[in-house]
Design a protein around this ligand. Structure first.
Ligand SMILES: C[S@@+](CC[C@H](N)C(=O)[O-])C[C@H]1O[C@@H](n2cnc3c(N)ncnc32)[C@H](O)[C@@H]1O
Length: 207
């Protein structure tokens, strides 16, 4: 077993969602080819952790898929008394997510079916935390909109942002995440760092 796999196995021996529906989604998504990969459990825990740490109440997710990352965030938001707005442009996945949120017993969610590039214009600014996980091509395009939707002191977390240095088949998406990283690190409105969690997480604090 390679060193990285040993580390992952060790980390995952501790990190459990304790959400039955989330565990079922993770199991079935691994076997499906009609759904893009969900976040890794360690990224799910990181999102849960950040929501609890910052006491976030208004959270926006771009890229719901069938709701795995959403469930981690909803669990945290149940504790903070907050709610999640989450958007996906694939109706089939949006409907699956709605069912999964209901099955897990979470009502504190507004799942929107639509193109994130269009839907962001309809949202009220002032989000405490924004999780960017939709089509990678949209990361640079939606950068300014997400910064505007975030309150000062809020956090943007963007997933898969080390695709640019990843040699896998998905590395062709890396040029978008590389552009995004340049925007986030060069913005005078943000303080930004990258963590090598999952396929990379870029986290930005709005100054
Ligand atoms: C990597 S998946 C999201 C995974 C999910 N956050 C999770 O961890 O469970 C990316 C999702 O973005 C959605 N997507 C792609 N382009 C989009 C767009 N323009 N607007 C909204 N969603 C989009 C895809 O349909 C897909 O479900």
């Amino acid at each position: 077993m390679a060193q990285d796999e040993k580390i992952l196995e060790y980390m995952r021996s501790f990190i459990k969602s304790n959400i039955e529906t989330a565990d079922q989604i993770a199991d079935s998504n691994d076997r499906r080819n009609d759904v893009q990969p969900s976040v890794e459990p360690e990224t799910g825990r990181f999102l849960e952790f950040m929501i609890r740490l910052t006491d976030a109440k208004r959270v926006l997710e771009l890229g719901t898929s069938n709701g795995y990352s959403g469930l981690w965030m909803l669990k945290a938001l149940e504790s903070t008394g907050g709610n999640l707005v989450t958007i996906d442009s694939k109706e089939r996945l949006h409907l699956e997510a709605v069912d999964n949120f209901r099955e897990a017993g979470f009502g504190n969610v507004d799942a929107i079916y639509g193109d994130a590039a269009e839907q962001v214009a309809n949202l009220e600014p002032g989000f405490d935390l924004i999780f960017q996980d939709c089509g990678k091509y949209l990361y640079p395009e939606l950068f300014e909109a997400t910064v505007s939707l975030l309150r000062r002191g809020g956090v943007i977390i963007a997933d898969d942002t080390l695709f640019s240095v990843n040699n896998s088949v998905r590395s062709n998406l890396g040029r978008y995440t590389d552009q995004y990283n340049h925007l986030a690190f060069n913005s005078s409105k943000l303080l930004t760092s990258i963590l090598p969690v999952g396929h990379g997480i870029t986290m930005s604090f709005k100054l």
